[in-house]
Design a protein around this ligand. Structure first.
Ligand SMILES: *Cc1c(COP(=O)(O)O)cnc(C)c1O
Length: 408
């Protein structure tokens, strides 16, 4: 008899975005003429920059000629891309990364989801609350958690609340943890972590032989010059952290698929008997066994984001979304809401009026303003009493949405 992996049965049904879609559909069916503006799901809306498209086209043409055709590429990615990554994303910030430490992939979702499999099943996981659900669900699937409890939390996971009181950066855990997922700039709260806050976490990880899995998918949206873009800007972080980057939000690659993960050579995890093992070697083995690389044209397209022509075009995309974020933030403040985020991230995290339930405020915005947002409670119990507004849309839609919210 074929057995199912019962860990999958622990996953909670009625996941956030399907439930949003369901409610939007119910409303749309009842109000077929309503013009709904979606500021919910975190997907980009602007096309790829011209320099990226040009490089992409050229690389496709290369694939059409036997003399320039590319088959399987190098396991960790083409050197032209890895060199551009190191020069632009790290050396420019005085962070020393070696080519062997960079793993090009098809997404930070896959990487943040897959990374847990190289660590033992008995590790204690800590996540922030609210949290990007991938970190939690992949550990549930692996069997690293207990069943879901009434409040939506899973047994054995340590949840670290992120609230206005701690500027949405968690305090160190009270009990020992082995794997800590951090995401800054943060989805969904739009918060950033200062150098001091990250230093505290790096010191914790070093003292406790723990590891930090740092999701920096939104680093390009940082505008404050004092905020670190990489956890490796913190001294000693290379011994205790892995960093995830993505071209998805930065350069509009959500439908193209390219990302990378940095696993430092210094990083060690331990056998039960305490023998240190280089994590880079293990991830390399996993990557080359289960993945056959990102397509050549996509890697060429990703490398084009770093060229003299590409860089200002990518910057323009980010500036466009950040202007949307500014409009949302300032308008919602003007309307009397308590607003967080939106200055170093494309997300604005808003307290619901009079502390009403997240879904209640979501429904009100949908029904009275025809604007779709994301209920904060969908990201964790500490998200209750908040909604997330995404800046990924056209400025016209953002302004129209703000006018409608003003009327309610
Ligand atoms: C969008 C997003 C990513 C990027 O995922 P890709 O698979 O690279 O598209 C990673 N982490 C977070 C928190 C995100 O919101």
């Amino acid at each position: 008899m074929i057995k199912i992996n019962e860990n999958y049965l622990k996953l909670q049904a009625g996941y956030l975005f399907p439930e949003i879609s369901r409610r939007v559909k119910v409303f749309q069916d009842a109000n077929p003429n309503a013009d709904i503006i979606k500021l919910g799901i975190g997907d980009v809306t602007l096309p790829l920059p011209p320099a990226v498209i040009e490089a992409f086209h050229h690389a496709v043409d290369e694939m059409a000629d036997a003399k320039t055709f590319h088959g399987y590429g190098p396991d960790q990615g083409y050197p032209f891309l890895i060199e551009a990554i190191i020069a632009n994303d790290f050396a420019a910030r005085n962070v020393d990364i070696a080519p062997s430490e960079v793993f090009v992939s098809d997404g930070a979702k896959c990487d943040t989801g897959n990374i847990q499999e190289i660590f033992g099943i008995d590790n204690v996981i800590a996540v922030t609350d609210p949290v990007y659900p991938v970190y939690v669900d992949t550990n549930v699937m692996a069997g690293r958690t207990g069943p879901a409890e009434n409040n939506g939390r899973y047994g054995k996971i340590i949840y670290l609340p992120c609230t206005p009181q701690n500027n949405f950066v968690p305090e160190l855990p009270q009990q020992p943890v082995d794997i800590i997922y951090l995401c800054y700039p943060n989805n969904p709260t739009g918060a950033v972590a200062t150098k001091e806050a990250l230093t505290q976490w790096v010191q914790y990880a070093r003292a406790n032989k723990a590891i930090i899995l740092f999701d920096a998918a939104y680093e390009a949206f940082i505008t404050d010059p004092d905020i670190p873009h990489s956890i490796f800007e913190i001294p000693g972080a290379k011994e205790v952290a892995i960093e995830f980057r993505s071209y998805s939000k930065t350069a509009g690659f959500t439908g193209v698929r390219c990302a990378y993960t940095v696993v430092p050579q210094e990083l060690k995890a331990y056998t039960t008997s305490g023998e240190p093992i280089a994590v880079n070697k293990i991830w390399s083995r996993r990557h080359s066994t289960k993945f056959n690389g990102v397509s050549y044209p996509v890697q060429v397209a990703a490398a084009a984001t770093y060229t003299e022509k590409g860089r200002p075009q990518v910057r323009q995309l980010i500036d466009y979304y950040m202007e949307n974020a500014r409009v949302i933030r300032t308008q919602m403040e003007e309307f009397g809401y308590t607003v967080y985020g939106g200055t170093n991230a494309p997300y604005i995290w808003i307290e619901t009026p009079d502390g009403v339930d997240s879904w209640h405020f979501f429904d009100q915005l949908l029904q009275e303003a025809n604007v779709v947002t994301t209920p904060g409670s969908g990201f964790g119990s500490a998200g209750q009493g908040f909604i997330r507004i995404s800046a990924f849309n056209s400025i016209e839609n953002v302004k129209a949405a703000m006018q409608r919210i003003n009327k309610i």
